[in-house]
Ligand binder design. Structure first.
Ligand SMILES: CCCCCCCCCCCCCCCC(=O)SCCNC(=O)CCNC(=O)[C@H](O)C(C)(C)COP(=O)(O)OP(=O)(O)OC[C@H]1O[C@@H](n2cnc3c(N)ncnc32)[C@H](O)[C@@H]1OP(=O)(O)O
Length: 188
């Protein structure tokens, strides 16, 4: 899979925050109505997110019929949203809250409806407020006993992504959005 994503040569390492959840621990998500991770979003992805080792984050996702793009296959934008969500949680493992500045996806193979996807995202490094991330997605294959096994990093990924996430102060960032709405500056 070829990717064209400029990564600065002088990145600082992304350090795991002392308070980061232990590897394997389910992450709570950040909003019940979030399109990516919210359990109450009726049309959402319903991603299940877990802390990985280091600053990694993993996720499971069922490719539901409503995610169709081409006949019988996932819509590319849906997969991009899943990558956005799982990579967006990586900065939290470093104790930072970020929004997406840049998102890039490479699609390597069609993903049929009905399968489960396993995603893994990690940080390439940080530079000032910027967190550079990469992620891969694999189809979860049934094991010999019929129980699904997570492919980890061993199988061939069906897609890969890179992201640039920019650290923000949630109160001022979302406060400014809300203030704009109240003044009528951002109607529909
Ligand atoms: C409520 C609390 C809950 C907490 C619970 C925690 C759980 C948390 C999980 C979240 C998981 C969410 C997963 C979905 C995440 C979304 O989908 S977020 C939604 C989509 N993104 C947005 O809406 C962001 C919209 N954009 C913006 O608000 C602003 O452009 C930004 C990104 C904040 C940057 O603006 P700014 O703060 O003025 O910063 P700026 O000085 O322009 O840029 C800072 C640096 O980033 C660089 N940069 C900025 N944009 C770019 C770009 N596109 N390309 C390259 N470089 C860029 C700049 O060059 C600069 O670099 P340096 O000068 O340091 O070298």
């Amino acid at each position: 899979m070829t990717a064209f994503f400029p990564v600065p040569a002088d990145l600082d390492p992304a350090d795991r925050a002392a308070a980061a959840p232990a590897p394997g621990q389910r992450l709570p998500g950040h909003g019940r109505d979030c399109y990516g991770c919210g359990p109450d979003a009726p049309h959402g992805l319903h991603l299940e997110l877990f802390a990985g080792d280091g600053v990694a984050v993993t996720a499971r996702m069922r490719v539901r019929p409503r995610f169709e793009g081409g006949p019988g296959t996932i819509h590319g934008g849906v997969l991009a949203s899943a990558f956005d969500e799982v990579m967006g949680h990586v900065p939290t493992m470093c104790g930072r809250f970020c929004v997406t500045g840049h998102l890039q996806v490479d699609f390597a193979a069609p993903v049929p409806l009905g399968v489960d996807l396993y995603l893994r995202a990690t940080a390439l490094g940080v530079q000032r407020r910027k967190v550079f991330t990469e992620a891969h997605a694999w189809i979860v294959e049934p094991g010999p006993d019929g129980i699904a096994v997570e492919p980890g990093a061993s199988g061939i990924p069906v897609a890969a992504a890179h992201g640039l996430f920019v650290q923000i102060d949630p109160a001022s960032h979302y406060g400014a959005v809300a203030a704009g709405r109240r003044s009528g500056a951002q109607k529909s």
